[in-house]
Design a protein around this ligand. Structure first.
Ligand code: GTP
Ligand code: MG
Ligand code: NA
Length: 453
């Protein structure tokens, strides 16, 4: 059995400390260089086993005994303000496991809930990092990096305070259907979510956080991580024009190997494209892909799991969130073209039936909202990427004549064209707009309920 690196998504509300946590582990200063201290784009970096071993200290001994030792971790930093919906994979998640970062003094915040809903719908296991423990009022600084030891060094009142904060999280999670506990009280890691108090600033708790995380992947994720007979595939995170490189795509390779001479098969809005990479570019270990200390290295091949760049002029217009397949002959090209076409057909909806009109910014958000609407039993007549157009409103108007609750437009993170706005006002078509996925759906459901009463 050949086990690859687990893909670990780091999520949480804006400023909960996601980038700071990764900086602390990597020994980097990415957060300090971000404009306004805000992460704008999804990033990736490889944490080698050596780094994890060093961080975990004596806790690593137990992890080392596993038959399914993971060769490091691929960690994905996400922006708190727009959630990680494009980390998708065939309706599921490209992430194997997640760290949900919660600010200990603020508890659950809107994007914490949003992250959790998506983890839930994509069935991703996760660990809670209760961050900024150093900011608990009266917290005593100590030398140790182990939170279990640091807690013992606090006054009884501070210990009680932290316990209360942990229980607040336990309470919130239980409302959402999860059983959770402080990691040192967890009896069964399969059925209970572990909460690890940490401080990204001082580094305390990171040994325990990493050892819980690695332990979980080694124990429960072997099947996902096993590379035997896995076909190579990845996910496009972002496509952009870069000085000296031309069109590039930031890619996460989820399974398999991609070679420079292979063809890649990916989706644009209006069809599938097949192209050969001009270059495969790999960041150094511990470097953040979106802000590397060193230049990316041109390589003949990349092995999963990895974050890397593909340069090719044909990438312009490729959809972020699109699955990337790797083909080495015409037969495979045909197979993957068909796969992507059918995948796109299931993402983009255009039917004659009654349902709401949905417009979103990316494939990932579209897919996440579709999934949540399905669970709320709300039918969708049309689902597409792009701004709300007059045509969308006119379609909603026709549907309204048959079902007044379905003749609406739901818009996520997209513009409303002026003539669409005018049309919605004259024809009294309701438009729901929200940058938080679950609020968008909640607002629509609340309106239906109110209007039916
Ligand atoms: P976005 O990517 O913008 O969503 O934010 P983020 O979750 O990556 O948080 P970030 O790392 O940018 O940290 C936000 C602020 O909190 C920064 O000023 C950090 O220095 C601070 N911070 C992060 N972790 C800690 C911590 O453990 N203790 C203290 N005192 N401050 C922290
Ligand atoms: Mg950040
Ligand atoms: Na921030």
């Amino acid at each position: 059995m050949h086990i690859r690196q687990p893909i670990v998504a780091v999520l949480g509300h804006v400023d909960s400390g996601k980038t700071s946590l990764l900086d602390r582990i990597r020994g980097t200063g990415v957060q300090g260089r971000e404009a306004g201290g805000i992460t704008q784009h999804i990033g990736a970096s490889f944490l080698p086993t050596e780094t994890i071993k060093e961080m975990c200290g004596p806790l690593y001994k137990k992890l080392e005994q596993s038959e399914n030792k993971v060769p490091g971790l691929l960690v994905i930093d996400t922006p708190g303000h727009e959630v990680f919906t494009n980390l998708r994979s065939r309706g599921g998640s490209a992430a194997d496991i997640a760290i949900l970062v919660v600010d200990v003094n603020r508890g659950f915040q809107p994007q914490t809930n949003e992250s959790l809903k998506i983890l839930q719908s994509r069935k991703v296991p996760f660990v809670v990092a209760l961050n900024k423990c150093d900011q608990i009022s009266g917290w005593r600084k100590s030398e140790t990096k182990f939170i279990s030891q640091a807690i013992k060094e606090q006054d009884a009142s501070i210990q009680a305070d932290l316990d209360q904060k942990v229980y607040d999280v336990v309470g919130t999670l239980s409302i959402l259907g999860y059983k959770s506990e402080a990691f040192y009280r967890v009896e069964d890691f399969k059925s209970e979510i572990a909460i690890v108090p940490i401080s990204a600033r001082s580094g305390v708790g990171i040994p325990e956080l990493l050892s819980v995380l690695v332990g979980l992947t080694q124990q429960y994720l072997q099947k996902r991580l096993n590379q035997d007979e896995k076909e190579p595939r990845g996910i496009i995170l972002e496509v952009k024009d870069e000085v000296g490189l031309g069109q590039t795509a930031n890619v996460i390779l989820i399974d398999g190997i991609i070679k420079k001479e292979n063809s890649i098969v990916v989706a644009k809005r209006d069809g599938v494209i097949v192209t050969k990479p001009k270059a495969l570019l790999l960041p150094k270990p511990l470097d953040e892909m979106r802000d590397p200390r060193d230049k990316f290295k041109p390589v003949p091949q990349v092995e999963a799991a990895a974050g890397f760049k593909i340069a090719s002029p044909d990438l312009e217009g490729v959809l972020p969130g699109s699955t990337l397949y790797v083909a080495s002959n015409d037969e495979e090209i045909a197979k993957y073209t068909e796969l992507i076409e059918s995948e796109m057909k299931s993402v983009f909806v255009d039917t004659e039936t009654n349902g709401v009109i949905l417009k979103c910014d990316t494939i990932g958000s579209l897919e996440a909202i579709m999934e949540m609407l399905k669970r709320s039993q709300v039918p969708v007549a049309k689902a597409d990427i792009g701004p709300v157009t007059r045509r969308d409103v006119i379609e909603a108007k026709a549907i309204k004549e048959k079902d007044r609750h379905l003749g609406v437009v739901l818009a996520f993170n997209v513009k409303m064209l002026e003539d669409a706005q005018d049309e919605s006002e004259t024809s009294h078509i309701k438009l729901f707009e929200n940058k938080v996925i679950y609020s968008l759906i909640d607002n629509y459901n609340a309106w239906v309920e109110e209007d039916s009463a």
